[in-house]
Write a protein that binds this ligand. Structure first.
Ligand code: NI
Length: 185
């Protein structure tokens, strides 16, 4: 089932999300719906706050970003209860966008390598070291479960330039190719 994507301005996007336990009801269905929602919106990542749930779950499929024939350099993974352990390496700029903030992109500088601990859909704990685009997508999605948006990390001038556009999104005055849920004033 495709779920509506919560838009910029929704309070859930600003909350630090809570961990879930093994007995969380309906996890399998939730993950299935999140994957379906992400792909339907042509996303490479989706975090639970973006579908209105303040819980520590996000999905990443960076295989879609790799060159043809090099899809196996990407990752496809559901991250549950993730904890960022290390972020290191020279920060590099990359143009990010977000399904919750349609029509806005901007360069964000982030460290090039990360180590993250998470649980998979069977609640087995893993640690993963990632670099480049894989690290980037995970960093962006991890920010979502920490209540942070990429627009907050843009340079001051760029932030100023998109201010009006963000206000329009908050009010629902934006077009997206997928269903969004706006905060009603
Ligand atoms: Ni995002």
């Amino acid at each position: 089932m495709i779920l509506p994507i919560y838009a910029y301005g929704q309070p859930v996007l600003k909350k630090v999300a809570k961990p879930i336990t093994k007995d969380f009801e309906g996890l399998e269905k939730l993950l299935e719906d999140m994957w379906e929602t992400m792909y339907a919106a042509n996303g490479v990542g989706l975090a639970a706050p973006q579908i209105g749930k303040s819980i520590r779950i996000f999905l990443v499929d960076s295989k879609q970003m790799m060159e043809e024939g090099e899809e196996d350099k990407g990752i496809k993974q559901a991250f549950i209860n993730a904890e960022m352990l290390v972020e290191e390496g020279k920060p590099w700029p990359y143009e990010e966008g977000c399904l919750s903030i349609p029509d806005i992109t901007g360069d964000v500088e982030r460290p090039s390598a990360i180590k993250i601990r998470y649980q998979d859909e069977n609640f087995e704990t893993h640690e993963m070291v990632l670099t480049g685009l894989n690290a980037r997508v995970v960093q962006h999605e991890y920010d979502h479960i920490e209540g942070k948006l990429f627009t907050e990390q843009l340079k001051p001038l760029k932030r100023k330039m998109i201010k009006r556009k963000l206000e329009k999104i908050r009010k629902g005055d934006v077009k997206a190719s997928y269903i969004m849920k706006f905060r009603r004033p």
